[in-house]
Design a protein around this ligand. Structure first.
Ligand SMILES: [Zn+2]
Ligand SMILES: [Zn+2]
Length: 273
């Protein structure tokens, strides 16, 4: 019985198509113990979209209170947010999150050299090890930026849109950069998200094994990292809690014994069964 720590709903995330009630029902069907609603807060996003990827945080908390009655018994619903990192937003984000009672905060980097690779496919013209190494360096900068957060979102984000023959991130692609990144997470006592949307996307591309590179996970463990968090990054009900059992088994095979979630910003460890 896991908690899905990463979900978006249509009321507050412009790119989602799932209502909160649909998320709750999907979570029950997936046998989850809880879900965190982590809407996008992507301040100063550099691309033009029909709607901004930010939301009214007070309205979000009001909506969450109003939804309490519709939460199925046995399911816990937690408040969260997914902050989109840019270096000039440290004070802004810290002010935003310290003034609201979030249970958990995901910090993600959706940009590479200032642009989202979803739109900026030319970024992949450089060799894979250069692109992935640069992105991992940006993640390290993000972790050390001073933004108050709990979970590093989808560290394999660049793999999602990479046109390389094998788009997966391997330890051997950028060992020094990955070591610095993992060490920063451990130093700051943050949790590494294992994003099952990334795994799903790789599976959809035909890769039998879309899990993160075992060498990265074992390196994280050997450096002293033991906080890992499961998130489906769902934008619709079909993927809520998807691949959690498989991913938990994968983590166990790497040597992890627990997954980490957050309640009132305090970490909760749950044994992998
Ligand atoms: Zn994200
Ligand atoms: Zn997300």
């Amino acid at each position: 019985m896991y908690v899905d720590s990463h979900n978006h709903t249509s009321l507050f995330s412009a790119d989602a198509s799932m209502k909160a009630g649909e998320l709750f029902l999907a979570a029950r069907s997936a046998d989850l113990r809880g879900v965190v609603i982590t809407e996008h807060y992507e301040m100063d996003y550099p691309h033009f979209l029909n709607k901004e990827l930010i939301f009214d945080v007070d309205a979000y908390f009001h909506s969450l209170s109003a939804d309490q009655a519709s939460i199925p018994s046995g399911l816990s619903v937690f408040s969260g947010i997914e902050l989109g990192y840019q270096s000039h937003l440290v004070d802004f984000y810290n002010q935003l999150t310290s003034s609201h009672p979030f249970d958990s905060i995901i910090l993600s980097n959706h940009l590479y050299k200032g642009q989202d690779p979803y739109f900026f496919r030319e970024c992949y013209l450089e060799p894979k090890h250069i692109v992935f190494g640069n992105y991992v360096n940006e993640l390290t900068e993000m972790v050390l930026s001073g933004i108050d957060f709990d979970i590093v979102g989808h560290f394999d984000y660049m793999s999602r849109y990479a046109p390389y023959e094998d788009p997966r991130l391997y330890y051997s692609d950028a060992p020094d950069e990955i070591d610095r990144f993992l060490s920063a997470i451990i130093l700051k006592k943050k949790s590494l998200e294992i994003n099952t949307r990334s795994i799903n996307k790789l599976t959809a591309k035909g890769f039998l094994d879309g899990f993160p590179d075992k060498e990265i996970m074992r390196r994280y463990l050997s450096l002293g990292g033991d906080r890992v968090t499961l998130g489906s990054d769902s934008h619709d009900p079909s993927t809520v809690g998807c691949l959690f059992r498989e991913t938990a088994a994968f983590l166990q095979s790497c040597g992890f014994q627990e997954v980490t979630t957050y309640e009132c910003r305090k970490e909760i460890r749950t044994p992998i069964l």
